[in-house]
Design a protein around this ligand. Structure first.
Ligand code: HEM
Length: 454
């Protein structure tokens, strides 16, 4: 196939072929640099490295994510979920994707990274802009995302806390600031959209199939088994780019040239007759079957599987618990799907339910960072300041995160241009799906999109 015009590549359709390339680091590399794909979005991050370099960058991520235990994660997800449901509860109608599954992972990730909710809304808004098809909105959001992660690292270096960012920065592997920014950006780029689609696809199955609904609520279908079933039959990532042949080789009866890109096709692999057999999509065969490839396999296997499962389970249970008697409100064609060969999920999932009488809790306990910075600005200057005395209190200088928040209104264009230090490298456009559309490649064309293909 042509991955992009002029760049031949290979789409792996069989289960065995996908698994072999995922596991085989000897013949297949995840590093785009030797093949001219040096503007890949996750450059410097673990996902785009091999061997020892990969392990050095991956371990801090694995350990930082592992530091988030269930007792910490579940209340965070519940709080975010309840707040989102509170916005729609009184109406008794909601778009479960746009108003729930899409913002929830960004708000949760923001809190795990150690920032107050005001930044979570910012991150959710930026992610939404980058997910959409509006190039102009995306272009303004990309540097703001970079500013978010630069500011986050600067803030946590100065004042560490008990959060994923601080755990990453304190790791004995001693990541530089740039490496830490790339690692955090990788969590965002790889984590949010698939999690949104896993929640959305699971909710769709529940509201559309009464047998699944009854089995789930009755406890005969466990959350883990439900998610495995969705991963097999409706995987949130259907096509994924990210491997290159290290040498000329024969693979599965075909000649592959050194540097050729290979793309995983998880959707096709899961319906390969060698694994799906006659059972097709039978629930009793697939629910609880952990052999699907949706988390990857081998050295780059997703390090956030437990965290994501717990997050999604809590999001599903909170939705089902609060939005009682939920029914889908869709036409015969079903809910609108996202037009994307890679990310596989819904654009929207409109439902009706019994109004809860709840409204969004007032964010009283939420630290209001904007308010805090305004308060600091209004504070009277120290007496000596008037005379420039040596002991004069320095005027408060907002850190990059505060500046970003102050200049960003969700849904609107930024009020100030993003500062040059936060601008992305020239010639690249990051999307929330974590890929860049670079300017050059071997053979003079754009290389394949690196991560979940849009
Ligand atoms: C349903 C949700 C998710 C799915 C389906 C998923 C799937 C995957 C897959 C298939 C890979 C391997 C890619 C490859 O081999 O090229 C991967 C890697 C990765 N995932 Fe996930 N993921 C999900 C959620 C998350 C979340 C929530 C996070 C972080 C908060 C995360 C962080 C990562 C990271 C850092 C890697 C790179 C690991 C490495 O290169 O060593 N993922 N994920």
């Amino acid at each position: 196939m042509e991955v992009t015009p002029g760049v031949p590549g290979w789409l792996l359709l069989g289960y065995k072929e996908n698994l072999r390339v995922l596991r085989d680091q000897t013949h297949f590399s995840a590093d785009p640099r030797p093949w001219g794909d040096d503007a890949a979005p996750v450059r410097g991050a673990a996902l785009a490295r091999d061997g020892d370099d990969h392990q050095r960058l991956r371990l801090p991520i694995v350990e930082a994510l592992a530091s988030v235990g269930t007792p910490h994660l579940v209340p965070v997800v519940e709080r975010v979920a309840v707040r989102l449901i509170g916005r729609v509860g009184a109406k008794g109608a909601a778009d479960l994707v746009g108003q729930y599954a899409a913002p929830l992972p960004a708000l949760v990730l923001n809190e795990l990274l150690g920032l107050p909710d005001s930044y979570g809304h910012l991150l959710a808004d930026l992610t939404d802009r980058l997910r959409g098809d509006d190039a102009r909105r995306a272009a303004t959001a990309a540097p703001a995302v970079r500013a978010y992660f630069l500011g986050l690292v600067a803030r946590k270096r100065a004042a560490p806390g008990r959060d994923v960012t601080s755990a990453l920065l304190e790791h004995p592997h001693g990541l530089t600031d740039d490496e830490a920014v790339e690692a955090l950006r990788l969590l965002w780029a790889t984590g949010l959209e698939p999690t949104t689609h896993l929640i959305g696809n699971a909710l769709r199955l529940l509201v559309e199939d009464r047998r699944v609904w009854t089995a789930y609520l009755g406890g005969t279908l466990t959350p883990e088994d439900l998610l495995d079933y969705v991963m097999w039959t409706d995987p949130p990532v259907r096509v994924l780019a990210g491997r290159y042949a290290r040498t000329d080789l024969r693979f599965s009866g075909t000649r592959i040239r050194r540097g050729d890109p290979l793309l995983f096709a998880f959707g096709a692999a899961h319906s390969d007759p060698s694994v799906a057999g006659d059972s097709g999509t039978a629930m009793d065969q697939l629910a609880g079957n952990r052999a699907h490839l949706s988390w990857g396999a081998g050295a780059h296997r997703c390090p956030a599987t437990s965290l994501t499962q717990e997050l999604v389970r809590t999001a599903l249970d909170t939705a089902l618990d609060r939005m009682r008697d939920m029914v889908a409100v869709v036409g015969p064609a079903g809910p609108r799907r996202r037009a994307s060969p890679g990310a596989h999920g819904l654009e929207e999932l409109p439902v009706r339910f019994t109004p809860t009488g709840e409204s969004e809790p007032v964010a009283a306990a939420e630290p209001d960072v904007r308010g805090a910075s305004r308060r600091r600005k209004r504070r009277p200057a120290a007496r000596g300041a008037r005379y420039q005395a040596p002991f004069a209190e320095k005027p408060h200088e907002p850190d990059p995160l505060e500046r970003l928040l102050e200049t960003w209104t969700p849904g609107a264009e930024p009020r100030e241009p993003i500062p040059p230090w936060a601008q992305p490298a020239s010639g690249s456009t990051t999307t929330s799906s974590g890929w860049t559309l670079p300017g050059s490649s071997r053979r003079g064309c754009s290389p394949p999109r690196r991560w979940w293909s849009k």
